[in-house]
Write a new protein. Structure first.
Length: 297
C-alpha cells in the first residue's frame, strides 16, 4: 500500500464529505476510494470513519489522523513547489464556512480582489450562521462573527472589531419619524430574529445615564440576517447590524444610523483554521487576504 496516496484519499474523503465526491475529485472510482480507506485502516489498526448509508463521521482517531495528514500533505506540497520554483503559485480547492453577513452581504467587498489575486484557488463557500465542525465537516477555514472567542483547539486570527449600530431606511424614517431617545424606540417597528427573547434585548447605553433594555418587536419575524437586512432596506423598520455590514449603505444613504450617541456593544470578526505545524498555502493566503481587507476598511 502506498501510504502517502492512501493519506491523500482519506483527506479527500473528509474534505469532499463523501466517497463519490472524493472519487470525482481524484478522477477515480468509488470502489477504489473505498478500498484505499479500508487498506489504510487495516494498516493503522484503527477505524477512521463511522459510516452509515447516508453519511459518515470522523472517529476520535480519525480526527487526529486527519490533522496529521493535512500537516504532512501540505508540507509535501510546499516542498515540491519549492523544488520546482512554484512557491508563489497558490492553488487548490479551498472550503470555507462563513456567516451570512460575510458570505452574502459583505461578499462584494472582499471576493473580487481575492479571486483576482489568487486565480488558481477554487473557493467552495458555505454560508450559514450555524457553527460548523471544521475538521469533522471538512472545511479548510471558517469566518466567524461573535463576542470574544472562547478557548479553542483551532488557530484564530482576529480580523476586526465592529460596533453594532441601529439603522433604518430613509423611506421608513420619512413615514414614522426619527427616534431621538432610546425610550422612543418602543413606538417603532423593531426588526429582529424570530427566536428573539429577553436575553436578546438591545442594550442601549448613553454617554451618561442608565442603559435601556429593549426587546425588538414588530409585525415581521425572520430567521436570517439576509432577510433582516432586506427588510430594513425596504423600509419595514429599525434593525441592528455590525457597522461592517452596513457601512456602504450608510455612506450612500440607503440606510441611516439611528441614535448614534448610544452604544450597543460590538462583535469580533475571526478567521479560524485547524491548528497544524504547517498551514496550507491556500489557507494562509485566504486568511492573510481577509486580514488585509478588514484592516483597509
Amino acid at each position: 500500500m502506498d501510504q502517502l496516496l492512501a493519506m491523500r484519499v482519506f483527506r479527500c474523503i473528509v474534505d469532499a464529505q463523501g466517497f463519490s465526491a472524493a472519487a470525482e475529485r481524484l478522477d477515480t472510482t468509488h470502489s477504489t476510494v473505498s478500498r484505499q480507506l479500508k487498506q489504510l485502516e487495516a494498516a493503522l489498526g484503527v477505524q477512521l470513519l463511522n459510516r452509515n448509508t447516508r453519511r459518515f463521521t470522523l472517529t476520535v482517531a480519525g480526527e487526529r489522523y486527519y490533522r496529521a495528514s493535512v500537516d504532512i500533505l501540505d508540507r509535501v506540497e510546499a516542498a515540491a513547489q519549492a523544488m520546482t520554483g512554484e512557491t508563489r503559485r497558490v492553488a487548490g480547492v479551498l472550503r470555507v464556512s462563513a456567516p451570512l453577513a460575510i458570505g452574502t452581504l459583505e461578499l462584494p467587498d472582499w471576493l473580487p480582489a481575492f479571486q483576482k489575486r489568487y486565480p488558481d484557488i477554487q473557493l467552495d463557500l458555505s454560508c450559514s450562521d450555524q457553527f460548523v465542525d471544521l475538521i469533522g465537516d471538512g472545511f479548510d477555514a471558517a469566518l466567524r462573527i461573535s463576542g470574544p472567542l472562547a478557548d479553542s483547539s483551532l488557530a484564530a486570527r482576529m480580523l476586526t472589531v465592529s460596533d453594532i449600530v441601529l439603522v433604518a431606511s430613509p423611506t421608513y424614517l420619512a413615514q414614522h419619524g426619527l427616534p431621538r431617545t432610546a425610550a422612543q424606540l418602543t413606538q417603532h417597528e423593531l426588526l429582529a430574529f424570530s427566536a428573539a427573547t429577553a436575553k436578546d434585548a438591545w442594550v442601549l447605553t448613553p454617554a451618561r445615564g442608565t442603559p435601556t433594555r429593549i426587546v425588538p418587536r414588530s409585525r415581521l419575524r425572520t430567521d436570517t440576517i439576509t432577510a433582516l437586512y432586506s427588510a430594513a432596506k425596504a423600509g419595514a423598520g429599525v434593525a441592528a447590524f455590525t457597522r461592517q455590514t452596513v457601512q456602504t449603505d450608510l455612506a450612500n444613504g440607503h440606510l441611516v444610523q439611528i441614535l448614534p450617541s448610544y452604544t450597543l456593544g460590538s462583535r469580533h470578526y475571526y478567521a479560524l483554521y485547524p491548528q497544524t505545524r504547517h498551514v496550507a498555502p491556500k489557507v494562509r493566503a485566504f486568511v492573510d487576504h481577509m486580514v488585509e481587507h478588514y484592516r483597509g476598511r
